[in-house]
Design a protein around this ligand. Structure first.
Ligand SMILES: [Fe+2]
Length: 578
């Protein structure tokens, strides 16, 4: 049985395909379009999924779209009628979007003209946004039973949803509706602090450790933690209800409207512009916003724990990308086990909608947990060699062992290596499939990476990939973190050993590398360990102001326009030293 899931007409549009309940491919459309957060119809991602499955569109049994325009239609209408301040464009824009989703079948026909409408046997299901988020976390988790929570900016007019997952069913127990939203709260301050683009929130998270959380009480005026275990915004601080939050132009790039109101400026002072200096005040405010968000997440989780009595929790939604908050959950709430999928943000909606149909709607039994994010593009050595020869690029094809030696030698000598092997990752983090690597022992790695490749804000940290067996030796918390979804404190005695991946507050956003999941990446890091005694590499995404590279061509172009020292494409090595 084949199920295709899609996230369409929404930021980070994507597709995922399941065969008999096993995910065999999933990818974001941005990787093919080469435009970050691309938000149109994911035609290329769908084509890729069908190719991986070796089937045509006519052979699909079910198509799941992570959106239900009817889900709370009356709630939307009632909201419009009872909130005269709401611009009609908000509701109008949403309904127009809903109409686009309804004509999904027509869209398929337009994009896949060879598909015969008569032959298309797939049943089309529309899965409400947050149920798709919840499914992407719970049905992919290793837990038979868990509390589930989805927290984001907004999707299908809801911003937070909680429930219980048991076996192959999720039961929703409560929700918070737009415009009251943790995502809107965080994004409003992100904009206020001078980071205006869709997806900039992680910059505030990276900035926060440079400040002191001295304004938490003031920030709490803006968002109120309520006794029912949920929260409300003080809407006078926000513009969210007066215009649409996110709009999409003809270029399919998400554009976020200004979310903070003049009252926010009156309370916190003049907003920072992008090019303005980052003062201590901005850093302290970032720290306060981050602290308040963490407290709010723990407030939501603690109440969810009381309502469910369970020890496991599964989390998804854009706010689940807050790896600093995620890393503290087991220390700040009564939950002992946490699962967060590799694509916890909206790209994960495609995968969530499909798995929701498989388990919840069709009632099929659960399949093994998803602990690998490697579901994207892949290329053979032969394809790569043909491409490089065609381009007239000199390369050395090396057997694995020689490759690990050559790469680690380059790293030990201060080199920066583009590492493109196996399948691309699904989700925002590079996990050793499409990564740029460096030596974590060096003090100057941040400068080297920023100078040679990334040209990004100097306050942002770089992350460690660590062999699973050594987590306890380097971190104060010992847990499995397959998707870089949690930040843990690094043991103080290790700070000086791995300065490149130790953030200013002594933390690191780790990926634990499992031999059975990431075989070649594991061997590479292990070779580095044998040479240096350190079982860790600096891992940053393979890109430069663009979506993560997807093909050998993307990788080569990135290598050529930066000062990367070595490029590895499977077993083919390109070096500036050859
Ligand atoms: Fe979402």
């Amino acid at each position: 049985m084949y199920i295709l899931g899609i996230n369409a007409y929404h930021a980070d549009s994507s597709a995922a395909i399941f065969k008999d309940g096993i995910m065999i491919a999933a990818t974001e459309e941005e990787r093919f379009r080469r435009v970050k957060h691309w938000a149109g119809f994911p035609a290329l991602a769908i084509e890729f999924c069908l190719k991986e499955a070796g089937i045509t569109i006519d052979e699909l049994d079910h198509i799941a779209i992570g959106r239900d325009p009817k889900a709370i239609f009356w709630k939307k209408v009632m909201f419009a009628l009872t909130h005269p301040a709401v611009g009609l464009s908000t509701i109008g824009g949403r309904l127009k979007n809903a109409r686009q989703v309804s004509s999904l079948e027509d869209e398929f026909m337009k994009i896949f003209p060879t598909a015969d409408k008569e032959k298309l046997k797939a049943k089309i299901h529309q899965v409400e946004h947050h149920r798709a988020h919840l499914a992407s976390a719970f049905f992919a988790s290793p837990f038979d039973e868990a509390a589930v929570i989805s927290i984001d900016g907004s999707g299908d007019f809801t911003t937070t949803m909680i429930g219980i997952g048991r076996g192959n069913k999720i039961e929703v127990i409560d929700s918070v509706d737009f415009p009251h939203s943790v995502g809107i709260f965080y994004t409003a301050f992100t904009q206020y602090l001078g980071f205006p683009y869709y997806g900039d929130e992680y910059k505030v998270m990276g900035l926060a450790p440079y400040g002191e959380a001295k304004y938490v009480d003031r920030v709490k005026k803006v968002i109120r933690f309520t006794d029912d275990g949920l929260f409300r915004l003080d809407l006078s601080y926000f513009n969210a209800t007066k215009s649409g939050v996110i709009s999409y132009g003809d270029d399919h790039i998400p554009n976020v409207a200004r979310l903070y109101s003049d009252k926010m400026v009156a309370e916190f002072g003049q907003a920072r512009w992008k090019a303005d200096e980052l003062t201590q005040y901005h850093k302290d405010l970032a720290a306060s916003v981050q602290r308040c968000t963490e407290q709010l997440i723990y407030h939501l989780l603690e109440s969810l724990h009381k309502r469910t009595g369970l020890k496991n929790v599964c989390i998804a939604g854009g706010v689940a990308q807050n790896s600093v908050a995620n890393g503290k959950i087991t220390r700040n709430t009564s939950f002992t086990n946490v699962y967060i999928p590799s694509a916890g943000h909206d790209a994960g909606i495609s995968m969530g909608a499909a798995i929701y149909v498989y388990n919840q709607i069709l009632g099929q039994a659960r399949k093994p947990a998803i602990l690998s994010a490697y579901t994207g593009s892949r290329f053979t050595n032969e394809e790569i060699e043909a491409y490089l020869s065609n381009r007239g690029i000199a390369y050395n094809r090396m057997p694995d062992e020689q490759l690990y030696q050559a790469v680690t030698e380059q790293l030990v000598n201060g080199g920066v290596v583009g590492w493109f092997t196996g399948r691309a990752e699904f989700g925002p983090r590079a996990l050793g499939g499409r990564s740029i690597l460096a030596d974590p022992r060096r003090n100057d790695v941040k400068e080297i990476l920023n100078l040679k490749i990334k040209r990004r804000e100097s306050f942002r940290p770089f992350a460690p990939s660590i062999l699973k067996e050594y987590v306890d030796e380097y971190f104060e918390v010992n847990d499995v973190v397959p998707f870089m979804e949690k930040v843990f404190p690094i043991r103080p005695e290790k700070h000086a050993a791995i300065p490149a991946v130790t953030h200013v507050d002594g933390s690191g956003r780790l990926q634990t590398v499992d031999r059975t999941v990431s075989e070649r990446y594991y061997h590479l890091i292990d070779t580095f360990r044998q040479k240096t005694g350190v079982p860790i590499l600096v891992n940053t995404s393979f890109n430069e102001n663009e979506p993560i590279v997807n093909s050998p061509e993307d990788a080569l172009e990135c290598y050529l326009r930066t000062e990367m020292d070595m490029l590895v494409l499977e077993n083919c090595v390109i070096s500036r030293n050859f």
